[in-house]
Design a protein around this ligand. Sequence first.
Ligand SMILES: [Mn+2]
Length: 390
Amino acid sequence: MGGLGAVDGATSLVSALVSAVRDDPLLAIVAAVGLVVLLGIGAWLLRRYLRTRGEEFESVLAAHEAVSVLMHPDPDPDAMSCALAVRRLAESVDTEATIYYAGEIRHHENRAFETVLNVDFEQIEHAHEATDKPVVLVDHNEPRGVPGAEKIDPIAVVDHHPGDGTGSDLTDVRPDAGACASIMSEYFQQLGWVPGEAEDEQERPAISADVTTGLIYGIMSDTANLTKSCSEAEFRAASFLYSGVDQDKLDRIANPDIDEETLGVKARAFDEREVRNAFAVSDVGAVSNVDAVPQAADELLRLEGINAVVVLAEKDGTVHLKGRSRDDRIHMGNTLQAAIDDIPMAGAGGHPRMGGGQLSLDHMKGLGPKDGVGREQLHERLFEAMNGEL
Ligand SMILES: [Mn+2]
């Protein structure tokens, strides 16, 4: 009975409204306008709700005349390719984008990326050099590694690392993704761009061969050529990008010439290795380019039966340590820290799988408040640390 009452009530309400509108044409117009406005708002909300991440990102860029794209310190190919992608997207909505980084672009593959793709990134020494424009962060979600970083308040953050960093207008952080370049590729795909150069009279915007090639290499380099920490997103992106990749440039970036010293240091790291259990320590002596040291450590780690390595090298009165581990029981950053703990003027740290450290040769010789530590002794301590005895 209550249900019928409600129906009766609704019916009488409608008829009351209808007669009110009939009596007053003005009310009819107001009601019609109200209805149109409501429908409009509904449609707008629906569109907003259904917008892809790519469309959202594009509109964040379009809202500004100029933006700063900030890569993490010592940017890698993933960060560099994402920055290029953001600039390409920004261009298409008449937003000027300048790409900044702190630290250095050093590793030979990173330099090859920079050279082959002809890119111009601005190096900064303080955050304020980038914060005169709204900041977009790529491949990291919390600004770091540059004085004033804590004052950076990004408008957008696109990343694949775990962390709590957010952008005021857009936060797209996907720790499941193997590379940030996969996310940027997805944006292009969602926005209907074509990879590579534009064909004549094509209406869809083209990514450019350089940016397309950069993105595929960003993915390759962050996932060890699609073999590590990969998700479906990387394969989807690779398939989307494929037709626009400049294969010759990709080869030059991915397989740059190796200089004589680097190969020499790798050879010395192999010859001089001391192996105990599954751990290796190798002292390569004096080097003129310390970049060769981590590469030698990477190479030595590939030797069968070896799960953790530390390579030592000397340059300008400093001993450089580079450690690598693929053994879950060895946190390389902590291992190096434990090994050099008591040595004055020494520092070390890093991640579970890679770490680095530096010692002053003078202090190893005993200059300073504590007794020195000999090379032999240092090797012993490194083995002890890897064995978990320190
Ligand atoms: Mn990355």
